[in-house]
Design a protein around this ligand. Structure first.
Ligand SMILES: *Cc1c(COP(=O)(O)O)cnc(C)c1O
Length: 363
């Protein structure tokens, strides 16, 4: 029987599976790029107090515009940004969905350079936006993107929305600002730079936020899920021209961001120093991991994120399964032969190294 036959599901959704990597209960989970450090006891208490404060007003709808949170996020981003240039939602995935609802949709196209974040094409499809895949450069030295070629592809395809992830998932590659500038100059529509991993970059001085004053149609998306160690709270945001924020306010559901979420995010931002302190440990652990993998004779892509793409394996699934059998869950994603491992605590990384040694010795 054809999937969806019983239900009048949209033709373009028939046969599709829900997106998501396996949520398995194993000792070492290094598969979805979470920050391995839970909030401190003091932060848990501060969050609980803020939730209690918000709970006392739960008979009322939340601030529809999340004005306080947006001001706080603007202050965190710096670059002279104000709350008018910032928008927040339930994870940056919801931000991407709102962007495609406003600027994509039926009869429109969105383009991305693959391999990249699979939610960009997923959300494009869900919103009826035609997805146009383009390729990143495939050099021996990694997974970059030549500015001239990127601009030429965009000029030829004329997409309504271009996605550039920097640092990119799953390769870990940060784009030089010249690539983003070239794409902005060539693009007829919106250019969305997904900076979910910005805080992990080796050179954090090159954010696309620098380019916002020059490009009206540029959008920079960020998340509290990774560096801020707040994946469970579901908070993502963007910075763009105020007109872009007003466009998203047309498509957002009223009261989309709960009073609880707004309160939790604001407490986390007040504790930004403590939360982001884990980032420098993770960066060191990442660089050590890249060195270890290469020392072991494997390929490892240079990473500006909290994960490393490594390989290559004739049977990557067997390596993934071997690690899982030893209690280590990583992600089977990326170009053929490659695997992606999230950077965890020192103890988790030594468990990963021991398991990988064991798997490769047996192969
Ligand atoms: C993890 C990730 C996100 C974050 O999604 P949230 O919905 O904010 O949790 C966004 N973009 C990329 C490229 C990611 O890897």
């Amino acid at each position: 029987m054809r999937t969806g036959q019983a239900l009048p599901l949209r033709d373009d959704l028939a046969g599709r599976e829900p997106y998501g990597s396996p949520q398995l209960d194993v000792p070492v989970r290094l598969n979805v790029n979470e920050n391995p450090y839970p909030p401190s006891a003091a932060l848990v208490r501060a969050i609980a107090a803020a939730v209690a404060g918000a709970a006392a007003g739960l008979n009322r709808y939340p601030d529809r515009d999340a004005a306080g949170l947006r001001d706080d996020l603007a202050r965190y981003l710096g670059h002279g940004l104000t709350g008018e240039q910032v928008w927040a939602a339930n994870g940056s995935n919801e931000i991407i969905q709102q962007l495609l609802q406003a600027f994509g949709g039926a009869g429109r196209t969105a383009l991305g350079f693959e391999p990249s974040y699979s939610m960009h094409p997923e959300i494009a499809q869900n919103t009826g936006t035609r997805w146009v895949p383009a390729a990143r450069d495939a050099g021996d030295d990694g997974f970059g993107l030549d500015p001239g070629r990127a601009a030429a592809v965009v000029g030829e395809q004329q997409p309504d929305v271009v996605f550039l992830a920097s640092p990119n998932n799953p390769t870990g590659t940060a784009l030089p600002l010249a690539v983003i500038e070239a794409v902005c100059a060539a693009a007829p529509g919106m250019v969305v730079v997904d900076e979910a991993y910005a805080e992990f970059a080796r050179d954090r001085s090159r954010s696309a936020l620098d380019l916002l004053p020059r490009y009206e149609r540029l959008v920079v998306t960020r998340t509290m899920s990774k560096a801020f160690a707040l994946a469970g709270a579901r908070v993502g945001y963007l910075a763009a021209a105020p007109a872009v924020v007003r466009a998203l306010q047309i498509v957002r559901l009223p009261y989309h961001l709960s009073a609880i979420t707004q309160a939790v995010a604001r407490v986390a931002l007040r504790h930004a120093g403590e939360l982001l302190a884990t980032v420098s440990d993770l960066r060191l652990e990442r660089d050590a991991l890249v060195g270890w993998l290469r020392g072991r004779g494997l390929a490892a892509a240079d990473s500006d994120a909290n994960f490393v793409l490594f390989g290559t394996f004739a049977d990557r699934h067997a390596v993934w399964q071997g690690l899982l059998d030893r209690g280590v869950l990583i992600r089977e994603v990326g170009p053929p032969g490659w695997l992606r491992v999230t950077v965890g605590t020192a103890a988790e990384m030594s468990a990963f190294r021991a398991a990988l040694n064991d798997v490769l010795a047996g192969a």
